[in-house]
Structures are given as structure tokens and as C-alpha cells.
Design a protein around this ligand. Structure first.
Ligand SMILES: [Zn+2]
Length: 145
């Protein structure tokens, strides 16, 4: 196992390494990838601040990084799922695998962006591909519409 991965266990709310390993095995059975882990914290401009005050650097694909850099999402509580990456960072699952949620009012919400004019939904901030207006952050319980 990657030693960096074990070390990041200290970010996990002071959970013992043994507990962390058990969590890891649970995650592996869900995701069929033993290195995948899930953690929660507050998104800041420099990473995810966990409950014990550690900052975990986040990485991901381009749409994911777009969300991480969105100031409207900063300060929100996130649950992210990803794999350990260089320098103790966590690389969030590709955006289509949905490894990133906002936790709000006891719910897990998908991070989406919506253009009112065109009724077009996207998953990263920016201008609408159709009308070039800035899309609005739209946290949703489901991705049905
Ligand atoms: Zn539009």
C-alpha cells in the first residue's frame, strides 16, 4: 500500500489506523478499488478542511477542479470520494462517477450549474454553451432534470 495513503489516515477525524483500514475495506467493497476513500470537510481555496483542522489538498479532472475553484462552493461542507495522489492530495473520482457532494440540511446534494434561459444543466462553472450567460450554482438532490 502507498505509505502516503496510510499517513493521510490522520486526517480522518483522529480515527485510529485500525479503524481507518476497516473503513478502507468497506470502501473497497463498494467501489472495487481498495485505494478509494471518502472524506468530509469544508471546502476552502486551498483544499478540504476536515473536522480536526487539517487541510487535505484536492485534485481531479478539469470539471471537478472548476467546481473546487468556484468561490460560491467555498465554505460549504463537502463529501468527496477519491484516490490518494501525489503529495498527500486526494484525486476526486472523474466527474461522471460523482465523487463530490455538498452536505446541507442532512442531505447529499449534487453540484450542478443551470442556465435559466436555455434550461441547460452543466457540472462545472462557466458560461452557458448556448447563450454565453454565466450559469447559476444549483445544488440538487437528484439529477433527474
Ligand atoms: Zn443559456
Amino acid at each position: 500500500m502507498n505509505p502516503d495513503f496510510i499517513n493521510t489516515g490522520r486526517y480522518n477525524n483522529g480515527v485510529t489506523r485500525r479503524g481507518f483500514t476497516a473503513a478502507c475495506i468497506a470502501a473497497a467493497s463498494l467501489h472495487a478499488d481498495e485505494r478509494v476513500r471518502t472524506l468530509r470537510g469544508t471546502l476552502t481555496h486551498s483544499g478540504l478542511r476536515t473536522a480536526d483542522g487539517q487541510i487535505v489538498k484536492l485534485d481531479g479532472d478539469e470539471p471537478t477542479i472548476g467546481v473546487l475553484n468556484d468561490k460560491r462552493v467555498h465554505g460549504m461542507e463537502l463529501e468527496i470520494t477519491g484516490q490518494p495522489s501525489a503529495g498527500g492530495a486526494v484525486r476526486i473520482l472523474p466527474i461522471h462517477k460523482q465523487g463530490m457532494f455538498v452536505l446541507k440540511d442532512g442531505k447529499k446534494l449534487f453540484v450542478t450549474y443551470w442556465c435559466d434561459i436555455c434550461s441547460i444543466r452543466t457540472y462545472t462553472p462557466g458560461v452557458c454553451l448556448c447563450c454565453q450567460d454565466e450559469t447559476q450554482l444549483d445544488l440538487r438532490e437528484k439529477l433527474d432534470n
